[in-house]
Design a protein around this ligand. Structure first.
Ligand code: ATP
Ligand code: MG
Length: 243
């Protein structure tokens, strides 16, 4: 049992859950390393949602609501950390949810689908095809899912796949605590925030955005500005860290 008053309670609970999901095969061992990189950046932004991240989350909501076909792409870490949050976002945005894995096996797809469904997510099923211009199984997706989407939310994505989805002409929204990653820099919109804070922020915005505000947010989207704001936030915290 992790004591509730431990200063790193949330982080310890997340680690425990990821470790359990790794033992069950939902999370790839590589996913544990990726989470650690994320945690380090979360320290630097003060483990809270910055103003620029909130603006990014609101813009993400606007993009999802205005899409012809929005799809949320879920991997093992996302399912382990935020299955309930994905269900709420699906409900609020009307987006489809597709399981899409870097370390893809039929068994992991089935495990993750079941975990998501247990938390109320409706998961697309079908036969994946190699539609994304990437070698091997990383190019697989559903023709009626990501293959057809104009807007894809890919939390915790790898830079290569983000770039490949952009090359297909899709708008890509990502959640990535590292504003320097290739994913963060190649996405159409990057939310520099921890996944379990970012998804509820998008869900909340879906419920409150007026149509006029949606158009305004999309028209003024400037990802370089958002990344710079996140880096400035981290730099400020570093400069004043020992005061
Ligand atoms: P890229 O391929 O985009 O250059 P990378 O190779 O450094 O990035 P990956 O392992 O491909 O990193 O992707 C994992 C990314 O997800 C990391 O940048 C990490 O900061 C981020 N990340 C991990 N866990 C979380 C989380 N819970 N919330 C938000 N971001 C996270
Ligand atoms: Mg990568």
């Amino acid at each position: 049992m992790i004591p509730k008053d431990h200063p790193r309670y949330r982080s310890l609970v997340a680690r425990e859950r990821l470790a359990r999901c790794a033992r069950e095969g939902v999370v790839a061992l590589e996913g544990l390393a990726a989470h650690g990189r994320g945690e380090a950046f979360d320290y630097l932004i003060g483990e809270r949602t910055s103003e620029s991240a909130l603006l990014a989350a609101r813009t993400a909501a606007a993009m999802l609501l205005s899409a012809r076909h929005a799809v949320i792409s879920v991997n093992g870490n996302t399912a382990a950390l935020a299955a309930r949050e994905v269900a709420a976002l699906q409900q609020a945005s009307g987006a489809d949810v597709e399981v899409n894995l870097f370390h893809r096996t039929d068994e992991r797809i089935a495990l993750i689908t079941r975990l998501l469904e247990e938390h109320g997510v409706r998961v697309l099923s079908g036969t994946a095809e190699r539609l994304v211009p990437l070698a091997h199984d990383r190019g697989l997706c559903l023709p009626e899912g990501i293959g057809d989407a104009d807007v894809v939310l890919v939390p915790l994505e790898d830079g290569d796949r983000c770039e490949a989805l952009r090359k297909m002409g899709k708008a890509v929204i990502t959640v990535d605590l590292n504003p320097l990653s290739r994913t963060a820099r190649t996405a159409t919109l990057t939310i520099v925030d921890e996944l379990t804070r970012a998804l509820p922020a998008i869900t909340a915005a879906c419920a409150t955005l007026e149509p006029g505000e949606r158009d305004r947010l999309i028209a003024s989207l400037d990802n370089t500005y958002l990344l710079r704001a996140a880096i400035d936030e981290m730099r400020e915290r570093l400069v004043h860290a020992l005061e």
